[in-house]
Design a protein around this ligand. Structure first.
Ligand code: BGC
Length: 761
């Protein structure tokens, strides 16, 4: 039978698919329908091997499992699928996996990919991930995560596209396109899953899984847009979030799932629970037991129950007791079957793995080349005194730091199928690039962290390869060795930062500093007096205030993945210019967060007329804006200065909803190296019925510029771009556009812009 995306099927009103599913549903028992809603991870040996534990095998053979996630090999996928073929109706299983920033070829973290502001590249990484994942039989990926986040204490900001709804929306679309391709039933396509619906990035205190409290307007204007964009791009599935939103847990939030997502945004696909999220309704204290939790979640619109087996264990009895209607189970089951049909599984349940065996699609040279290119595209240069970077390939370079010769941390968080053994460490990449020209000396210098309790926590997910290894030597011995090497060298490159599990799920932090042993190392290296480059590996915005003082050059390399060694060598020696821009504000200090460039004006802005009674901090210096970070959203230097002409508009007076504004600017590479400039367009609504943010990103374009080259960059602004939500509740919403004056800003970061004023009536 033909398989199309939900959107395409809707357009064509495809009777054949509907008839097929109607017929199948009519032949299913209630137990079989409930079985399709059961989503499990079998765990342990069975993930890669071929021995399935008998409980799981029995459940598959009797139609009590609809989908499995976390299976790591084509062989294992085949074994599970063979079991499904023994079930009465032979409904194929659907296989899912967390393919967050690559399958085997690991790309920089999602936050880093967003920092590239290059949506073609983002799409390409998702396409490669889809090809690699599908080759072992993965049908669905639990990505992209599109949670907007303005709270860097939250570890999952590493998986997010950052603080801005427009950047996050473009990222969501690019990821969905890359994963799903043009035909979801193709053997190289995988179904995207937008997660975590919704508001998860707004947890109080930055604590994972904690409550979220926000106004309906904030929800609609900041947190929902990337989901809307991903749905529009055709995403086949959505995952519910762990948090409560204004008191209602998302797994029980019928208003947000049924009314806002399905009716409002027109989402027709599958909603899956997050890991034990259904059962957690008991811990949230809105359900008394598993049966009630299951009923609440099903009624809210959660189709598949992940891991908890609350649906499997209780829904049958709830139907028998008349507490839920079988039609509600039918609706959820239909969506599971539709997803399987869209993925082509009814035509051939093995078509993805069969294809995978026929070609060697994993970790190819071409895939690695994209990962390598992504490192430069995502790296953000924050400081470069006297053009210290790029380094010449000459003399002696002291490469210092535990992370400089490391494979285990480089993939960062959520690289569940990536292997440290395929990573090119930074030391190796630099030595290869400098071979025969410069000598690279290396010393560890400091442990990532010295605290053994913290180290144990950071190592908790690492079964074989520890990400934090505490050296047998004393801190003083390590420091002395590094200082000695620095003294013998012409330039020092310190690679410092977080361990991979310092950010990611349940990895929130109460401070945003580079861990103290490495801070001491930087201070000691600075005291040597040689030019100092500090490279920061991180999964979140850090407060780099001291490092920005001490370093001559400061580069944020995030966690760069498989090709970090080659990619970073390209950047440090100038084969590539670092062209990333911050996708989230880097604060001056942790006490500033949450912080965003897109804040509202206050009645007493800092610095102000009444120096004391202004909206600022008494213990923060005046040079840094107190309501914005040390390094603002959109900021990043490159190796070539780019000059901006004045922004130009095609008209200054506009009227009506159909009018459109063209904004243009010319940019010129004034340097001697090729670069790419991220031209950013912001809008400021000067006066409205409610306070509006001081700036809001509305468009961006990354343009490659050869030395001396100029480019004309144009943006089209529609009336809808000026609209905002007025809402009394999350599902009672009006979007309005008010007549008035607007400043249209164009520039190289949220802080460094030029503007023209227009009126739009
Ligand atoms: C995470 C999800 C993930 C799921 C399955 C959960 O803990 O929140 O993002 O997809 O596990 O691994």
């Amino acid at each position: 039978m033909p398989a199309l995306s939900p959107a395409a099927r809707d357009r064509l009103k495809m009777p054949k698919s509907i008839a097929f599913i109607d017929d199948l549903l009519s032949r299913m028992t209630l137990a079989e329908k409930i079985g399709q809603l059961n989503l499990v991870t079998p765990g342990g040996e069975t993930l890669t091997g071929t021995v399935v534990n008998t409980d799981v095998a029995d459940k598959i053979k009797t139609g009590r499992i609809g989908a499995i996630f976390g299976v790591k090999s084509a062989e294992a996928v085949r074994v599970f699928q063979d079991l499904a073929a023994q079930s009465r109706l032979k409904i194929p299983l659907m296989f899912a996996e967390d393919v967050i920033h690559g399958q085997k070829t690991i790309f920089p973290l999602p936050l880093a990919l967003a920092a590239s502001w290059d949506m073609k590249l983002v799409e390409e990484t998702a396409r490669i991930a889809a090809v690699e994942a599908s080759s072992i039989g993965i049908d669905q990926v639990y990505a992209p995560m599109v949670d907007v986040c303005r709270e860097p204490r939250w570890g999952r900001i590493a998986e997010s596209p950052g603080e801005d709804p427009v950047l996050a929306s473009r990222y969501a679309e690019a990821m969905v396109r890359g994963f799903q391709g043009s035909d979801l039933s193709a053997p190289t396509s995988v179904m995207a899953c937008l997660k975590h619906y919704v508001g998860y990035g707004g947890a109080v205190g930055g604590r994972d899984y904690d409550a979220v409290d926000m106004s309906p307007a904030t929800l609609h204007d900041i947190y929902l847009p990337p989901f809307a964009a991903g749905v529009k791009a055709g995403a086949g599935s959505v995952m519910a979030a762990f948090n409560t939103l204004n008191g209602t847990p998302m797994h029980a939030n019928a208003t947000l799932i049924q009314r806002v997502l399905r009716q409002g945004l027109g989402f027709r696909g599958l909603v899956v629970a997050d890991y034990t999220g259904v059962q957690e309704l008991i811990a949230h204290a809105v359900a008394g037991d598993k049966a009630e939790a299951a009923r609440l979640a099903l009624k809210a619109g959660v189709d598949c129950d992940m891991v908890a087996e609350a649906y499997l264990d209780t829904l049958g009895a709830s139907v028998a007791a008349g507490l839920i209607d079988e039609a509600e189970i039918d609706a959820a089951c239909r969506r599971v079957l539709e997803a399987k049909a869209d993925l082509g599984l009814f035509d051939d349940p093995y078509h993805r793995i069969t294809w995978g065996r026929a070609t060697q699609s994993v970790l190819t040279e071409a895939n690695r080349a994209v990962a390598r290119q992504a490192v430069a595209a995502a790296s953000v240069l924050l400081k470069n005194e006297h053009d210290l970077l790029p380094l010449g390939k000459k003399g002696r370079i002291a490469l210092i730091g535990a992370l400089a010769d490391d494979r285990v941390n480089m993939n960062g968080t959520w690289a569940v199928s990536g292997s440290p053994s395929t990573v090119v460490p930074i030391l190796e990449g630099l030595r290869e690039a400098a071979a025969g020209a410069a000598e690279i000396l290396h010393a560890k210098g400091a442990n990532i962290v010295d605290d053994r309790v913290l180290a144990a926590r950071l190592n908790v997910h690492d079964w074989k390869d520890l990400s934090v290894v505490i050296d047998d030597r004393t801190a003083e011995e390590m420091l002395a060795e590094a200082v000695d090497l620095a003294g013998q060298s012409d330039v020092v490159v310190a690679v410092v930062g977080e361990a991979r599990e310092y950010s990611g799920e349940s990895s929130s932090r109460i401070d945003l500093l580079i861990p103290e042993p490495q801070k001491k190392l930087i201070r000691a290296l600075k005291a040597v007096g040689k030019p100092l480059v500090v490279v920061v590996m991180t999964g979140r915005p850090l407060a780099l205030t001291e490092e920005a003082e001490l370093a001559d050059a400061l580069l944020v390399a995030w966690f760069g993945g498989t090709e970090i060694g080659h990619g970073l060598a390209d950047v440090l020696f100038g084969a590539q210019s670092p062209t990333g821009r911050l996708p989230a504000t880097f604060p001056y200090a942790v006490g500033q967060v949450p912080v965003t460039y897109a804040h509202l004006p206050t009645g007493r802005p800092f610095p102000g007329r009444f120096q004391k009674f202004t909206s600022g901090y008494v213990d923060m210096p005046d040079e840094v804006p107190h309501n914005d970070g040390l390094f603002p959203f959109g900021f990043g230097l490159t190796y070539a200065p780019v000059a901006y002409g004045p922004p130009r508009v095609d008209k200054v007076a506009l009227a009506g909803d159909d009018d459109r504004l063209t904004v243009s600017v010319s940019v010129t590479n004034m340097g001697k190296r090729p670069t790419a400039e991220v031209v950013q367009l912001y809008v400021h609504d000067l006066k409205a019925s409610v306070s509006r943010p001081v700036k809001q990103l509305k468009g961006f374009s990354k343009v490659a510029l050869e030395p001396g080259e100029s480019a004309e960059v144009s943006f089209t602004l529609l009336a809808g771009d000026l609209a905002f939500s007025v809402a009394t509740s999350v599902d009672d919403l009006t979007r309005i556009r008010e007549a008035g004056d607007y400043d249209i800003h164009v520039g190289r970061s949220s802080r460094d812009t030029q503007h023209v004023r227009i009126s739009w009536n």
